[in-house]
Each structure stands twice: as C-alpha cells, then as structure tokens.
Design a protein around this ligand. Structure first.
Ligand SMILES: Nc1ncnc2c1ncn2[C@@H]1O[C@H](COP(=O)(O)OP(=O)(O)OP(=O)(O)O)[C@@H](O)[C@H]1O
Length: 250
C-alpha cells in the first residue's frame, strides 16, 4: 500500500483544561481529498496549525513524506512541500496577480533578491508563475492588482500561490468561505482536479463542497476524531448525525 503523504499519530494539544486535540490520528494518502469537518470550536484550526508548524503539539508525531517534522518550524515544513492556505486571505494587495505568484516561486527556488524589481523581471520566475495562474483560470487577471480582485478571485489566487510551491500536500482551511454559489462551484471544480497535483487536507463548513469532493471524511468533535470514512459512510453514521450533521438539519 502507498505511504501516506501526511501521517499524524497521537496528536494532543491542551489549552488549560480544554483538549483541543485529543489523541488525533490522521492520514493523507496520495491523490486524495481528505475532508476534516466538525462543529465550531471542535479543534479543526488548532489541528491545522499544528500540522503547519505554527503551534507545537503537547504530544504525538507529524510525518510529511515519510519524514518526522514534529519539531520543524512552519518555514521548514513549507520548504518540505506543505502548502497552506489561510481562512483570512493572505495575498499582498498592492502586487499584481503575477507578482504575488512570482514571489511564491522565488521562495520555492530559494532565490534571494536585494530588490524587488530584478526579482519581478526574472523569467525563471515568470514562466512557472504563469503556469500556476493559468491552471487556476486567472490568466486574464495576471496584471491586475490583487486588491482589485473579487473575493472569489483572491481565494483562487491563494490556490495559485500554493500551487506554485509545487507542494507535496495542500492544507486548505475553509477555501469556500465567503464564496457565492457560482464561486463555490468553480472552486469545487478546481480543487477536484488539484488532488492529482498533490493530496488535499480540506477543512470546510460547506457540506455541498465536502460531499462533492471528499474521498474520505474525518469528523472532529471536542478535539477527537469520532468517525472517519467515505461520504456515504459518514452520511449514514448515526453518531455523526447526532453530533454534527444533525445540527445542520435542525
Ligand atoms: N490559543 C488558544 N488558547 C486557548 N484556547 C484556544 C486557543 N486556540 C483555540 N482555543 C480553543 O480551542 C478550541 C478549538 O478551537 P479551534 O479554533 O481549533 O476550533 P475550530 O474547529 O477550528 O472552530 P471553527 O470551526 O469555529 O473555526 C476552542 O474551544 C477554542 O476556544
């Protein structure tokens, strides 16, 4: 069987008496979209932050492409191929779409520039940046300032930035947030294809998107994974319905 790209074992994180992560095991397999769902405050963001290296777990291990990264920082994990998108849009508004993605490529190639202007004229950065922009369907927005994009386009730009990092795994934290129905549909289509570039750990409240995309769903409640399975298995799970999906129906 293939090795997981991300392997989480026994992850624990306490905030005082609160167990935000309670002995979490999670795998992200090549080619899959693994959705992490759960009610507000279940510990999804805390888990993502530990995987990204932004906060340290109290116990447990995180392996990326077979390597133990539990003690590595966020920058080291990004360099090892973990591409993280944020709930809050993280693009640089004053830069154009192309420049935003070029800066990500510069980071991947570990090129350092004393000034921004030579960086933004470097064709070694332009070509891969354009490729990522075209891949997400923003080619006609290339010269536009990121600040002037629509919300949906900015979220899509974040995906292009993540893609330009040629990641081994994507961590996407609520990519559908704030998208209208049309935007959500086109982003769902984009993510559907993206899994072939790298598997996606997807935290998402939009259940239509989750049910359309996920190969596997894990349900987090009070820091614990209470169920993990296919869309059909999770939809049919009585415990999950009571703990989470039921509240959506109510
Ligand atoms: N730095 C912190 N200090 C103390 N408590 C925290 C901290 N960060 C998160 N928590 C608590 O940990 C629990 C899990 O929070 P977390 O943000 O991970 O949940 P979530 O599932 O991402 O929620 P949401 O869906 O609303 O984003 C919550 O009870 C939250 O108040």
């Amino acid at each position: 069987m293939a090795e997981p790209v991300l392997q989480i074992r026994g992850l624990c994180k306490h905030f005082g008496a609160l167990r935000a992560s309670d002995n979490v095991d999670l795998d992200l397999m090549p080619g899959e979209i693994h959705a992490l769902i759960g009610p507000n405050g279940a510990g999804k963001s805390t888990l993502i932050k530990q995987i990204a290296g932004e906060i340290a777990p109290d116990a447990g291990t995180i392996r990326l492409a077979g390597r133990d990264v539990t003690a590595s920082g966020a920058v080291a994990r990004a360099r090892l191929g973990l591409a993280r998108s944020f709930q809050v849009s993280s693009v640089a508004g004053e830069f154009t779409v192309l420049q935003n993605v070029m800066l990500a490529v510069a980071g991947r190639l570990r090129r350092t520039y004393r000034f921004l202007r030579p960086a933004l004229a470097d064709t070694k950065l332009t070509a891969p940046a354009r490729e990522a922009i075209a891949r997400v369907g923003l080619a006609d927005r290339e010269g536009m300032r990121a600040a002037d994009l629509s919300h949906g386009e900015r979220r899509t730009l974040e995906i292009a930035i993540a893609l330009a990092l040629k990641p081994k795994a994507f961590l996407l934290d609520e990519p559908m947030a704030g998208m209208g129905p049309e935007g959500a549909r086109s982003l769902t289509h984009l993510l559907d294809g993206l899994r072939h570039e790298a598997p996606i750990l997807l935290v998402e409240h939009d259940m239509d998107a989750v049910f359309a995309l996920a190969d596997r769903i894990s349900v987090l409640v009070h820091g614990r994974i209470i169920a993990s399975g296919t869309v059909a298995e999770i939809q049919a799970d009585a415990v999950v319905r009571a703990a989470y999906l039921g509240e959506e129906d109510a």
